[in-house]
Design a protein around this ligand. Structure first.
Ligand code: DI6
Ligand code: FE
Length: 400
């Protein structure tokens, strides 16, 4: 049990549900008891019974919920810097593929890495996120595309949460790409679905994801994955409408997915379907930026339908080698015209929702005491700075 603590000298961006903005409390006090928030409000209103607790002042800094990165692929072997270089020297997609580049190179590197090697490669990525105030992150499989490697990736993802003070949520992304030389339907039926069942039996799966795209799997194939997820009692989410419109968003909504991710090519009708389903739209500007996408997601339609928008890094070696949640927030504002308040909601309250979590992402009584304290006063500064990390301290489950 951690000793009770009264945090004072703070401007709190509580991000509570019933505000369209930051839910700011000036000169706030936060009472943390046993890893959870017991009270938050103006210091002048602090109940007298808390006066005996230890008080710690934070010098008029900003406190927010600790950040949540709700979409990452940080467990993977190798990197794709060489193909990045080749591309910028004029190499074509075909030349890069012939040189062994692209997603297949990451699959080969991930298959070839031991569990210990994958863990050693992923830990510095987790540390980089923690250093920016992240307390919860999601990690996907999907670079194995065979049973052993998918399970290995998920075990490494679980190990990250045991080796570092961070909460890791896992997503099974067996339906990420079709392994070379294999038919997509056969892959789903003979590899992906049996692997999902095995991973679930090992307790390795918190959610089931898929890549619904012309270059990956169609809606009928993803529906088979979602049917299996449903039979196992697992929630679903989906990479949908990233590069083209093929119906993934409507499918995600039909399965009451926790989130539909990317959604650049989603339509106003898709937005209406997401609203009915209560599905979060996860926006991933790092991939948009990296692949020079020009179609931005329909942010105004999402607003008009009252859809919760989250923001993630999509940290992966191909389309989004982005290791910064703060930079993702900046990009969401500049590239997608989200407001800084929306961007912060996107990496706190709405990111929690995208992961099915109701105990983090807001500063309110009963929530986990996962907090980030910043060397800024105005919460807009978190999205405004480019490549700047103003974190002062992170509190995870009540512990510094
Ligand atoms: N969407 C993407 O942009 C990546 N995967 C996905 O589902 C690409 C992954 C890679 O290139 O390694
Ligand atoms: Fe992704």
């Amino acid at each position: 049990m951690t000793p009770p603590l009264v945090m004072i000298g703070l401007t709190a961006a509580t991000m509570i549900e019933d505000t369209s903005s930051y839910g700011l409390v000036e000169d706030a006090a936060i009472v943390v008891v046993d890893g959870h928030i017991e009270w938050v409000g103006p210091a002048t209103a602090l109940p007298a019974n808390y006066s005996e607790y230890e008080h710690k002042s934070y010098g008029a800094r900003l406190v927010t919920p600790a950040l949540i990165d709700c979409h990452t692929h940080i467990v993977h072997g190798g990197n794709r810097a060489r193909e990045f270089e080749m591309r910028l020297n004029g190499a074509s997609y075909e030349q890069i593929a012939r040189a062994g580049g692209g997603i297949v190179s990451t699959v080969a590197a991930t298959r070839g890495a031991s569990e210990a090697e994958l863990l050693a490669a992923a830990l510095p990525r987790v540390d980089a996120l923690i250093a920016q105030g992240v307390a919860t992150l999601e990690v996907k499989s999907g670079y194995g595309l065979d049973r052993d490697t998918e399970l290995k990736m998920l075990r490494v993802a679980r190990a990250l949460g045991q080796q570092r003070p961070v909460r890791v949520m896992t997503s099974f992304l067996g339906a990420h790409a079709v392994p070379s030389g294999m038919d997509a339907d056969r892959y789903i039926d003979t590899v992906c679905l049996p692997t999902l069942k095995a991973a679930h039996a090992e307790g390795l799966v918190d959610a089931v994801d898929g890549f619904c795209e012309g270059i990956a799997f169609d809606t009928v194939q993803i529906a088979r994955v979602f049917d299996t997820a449903r039979a196992l009692g697992l929630p679903v989410k989906l990479h949908a409408e990233q590069l083209s419109h093929i119906g993934g968003t409507a499918l995600a909504a039909a399965y009451s997915a926790m989130s539909a991710d990317h959604v650049e090519y989603a339509t106003p009708a898709d937005a209406a379907a997401l609203a009915v389903a209560g599905t979060v739209a996860v926006l991933l500007p790092g991939a948009f930026y990296t692949i020079h996408e020009t179609q931005a997601p329909p942010v105004q339609a999402f607003r008009d339908h009252g859809i919760a928008m989250a923001v993630g890094t999509d940290w992966n070696p191909g389309s989004s080698p982005l290791g910064s949640v703060l930079l993702a927030m900046n990009m969401a504002c500049t590239l997608f015209r989200m407001t800084p308040a929306e961007a912060l909601a996107g990496t706190t309250r709405n990111a929690a929702r995208a992961l099915g979590l109701s105990d983090c992402g807001r500063i309110a009584p009963g929530m986990r005491a996962d907090l980030a304290i910043w060397n800024v006063r105005d919460p807009a500064e978190l999205s405004y700075g480019i490549g700047i990390n103003p974190l002062h301290a992170r509190i995870f489950g009540g512990s510094a």
